[in-house]
Design a binder for this molecule. Structure first.
Ligand SMILES: Nc1ncnc2c1ncn2[C@@H]1O[C@H](COP(=O)(O)OP(=O)(O)OP(=O)(O)O)[C@@H](O)[C@H]1O
Length: 355
């Protein structure tokens, strides 16, 4: 339903999106995640035909993204959706249905259905007097008035309270059940994990991982073990092998705050996080050496947040050369500092997809 091949978007000397390739199947919910400034909104705007690509091929529902017909097949929810404050939800949505030449009866049915599913009351209230969550729901309903096959949502649940967030996410999941194809961006990885079939992780303009959430987790995340002991594990040679440094486990005499993150005091227990079963045994030995024992072991599967930190925490092949780059710079900040050079021509390694 959506094919993106080698998409590049540059603003002057700055590459907002670099050689991005992905596809979205019909009826799929596809998430784009990444830190501020990663290029998510730019990608979505290209899909919605609002921004022209500098290079690459983009096809949505069989139309090139610069084909005006494509926009009729698509519903776009911008990150900020200013609404006409003096209108009510009903008058506003009917106005947009008219713009799309939707017959009045079909429009009314569609609008009522969307507002019912989004649980939006106060349909005659002035939009200017509505809460942020209500306005977001109206904007989502607007994306559906033309009954598009493809929905492109930029941060649909950002800044909403937990109840409204759940309602919007549940609605997004339901869209898949009605056969829609949805692409959405999010900062909140839980949102993506709970809704998407597949995701692309973007960082500094590039797709750095792509595939099913489980596939990405398997490739980039590691299972860890939480070993609970009734004493602070002693410094033993076995633990030194695991952590490479005995000091990493701290000293019982030290201030608790100085303990390494590997061991945490939780109530009357100590929890040491280790990467392998051999390391679990090393903790068992270290607990015995301190006259204690292991009281519980829990396996912890990586979540998308762990994966994200793993991927995004690594230095990236930069948008600039000599201008810093690296994860610490991806603050959504503005284009190149003076003298910074963009390396838009640098060949990129295609991410290993699991599709
Ligand atoms: N019109 C523009 N002119 C110049 N630079 C732009 C323009 N639009 C976006 N950028 C830059 O491109 C980069 C990517 O922006 P984009 O909005 O796509 O990121 P994002 O991943 O959606 O970020 P956020 O999560 O903060 O919304 C940013 O550094 C941004 O400043």
């Amino acid at each position: 339903m959506i094919e993106v091949e080698g998409l590049c978007k540059t603003y002057g000397e700055f590459a907002a999106v670099v050689d991005s390739t992905f596809s979205v199947e019909a009826g799929e919910v596809f998430g784009i995640v990444g830190p501020n400034g990663a290029g998510k909104t730019t990608t979505l705007k290209v899909l919605a035909g609002l921004v022209d690509p500098t290079d690459g091929e983009v096809e949505v529902a069989g139309f090139a993204s610069d084909d005006p017909e494509m926009r009729r097949q698509l519903g776009f929810l911008p990150e900020e959706s200013p609404l006409y404050e003096e209108m009510t939800p009903l008058s506003y949505l009917r106005f947009f249905a008219d713009l799309y030449d939707v017959p009045r009866e079909a429009a009314n049915e569609r609008i009522e259905a969307a507002l019912d599913r989004l649980e939006l009351d106060h349909r005659e209230r002035r939009l200017g007097d509505m809460s942020k969550g209500m306005k977001r729901k109206v904007a989502i309903a607007r994306s559906l008035v033309n009954d598009p096959d493809v929905l492109v949502y930029d941060e649909p649940a950002s800044g909403l309270d937990p109840v409204t967030t759940n309602s919007v996410l549940a609605f997004t999941r339901e869209l898949r059940e009605t056969g829609k194809t949805v692409v959405f961006s999010a900062h909140n990885l839980y949102h993506v994990e709970s809704v998407c079939d597949r995701v692309a992780v973007m960082n500094e303009g590039r797709i750095v991982a792509r595939g099913s959430v489980d596939g990405i987790r398997e490739r980039h995340g590691e299972t860890t073990y939480h070993v609970f002991t009734d004493v602070l594990p002693a410094r033993t040679d076995a633990l030194a092998e695991v952590f490479g440094d005995l000091d990493a486990l701290g000293d019982p005499a030290d201030d608790r705050a100085s303990l390494d993150a590997a061991t945490e005091e939780i109530g009357d227990r100590f929890r040491t996080t280790v990467p392998t079963m051999d390391a679990v045994e090393a903790v068992r030995e270290a607990a015995a050496a301190a006259d204690g024992e292991v009281v519980d072991i829990r396996t912890r599967e990586p979540n998308l947040e762990d994966v994200f930190l793993d991927i995004v925490g690594r230095p990236m092949p930069g948008r600039y050369t000599g201008g810093g780059g690296g994860a610490g710079d991806s603050d959504g900040g503005d284009p190149a500092p003076e003298g910074g050079e963009r390396d838009a021509t640098r060949p990129t390694e295609p991410p290993e997809g699991t599709e």
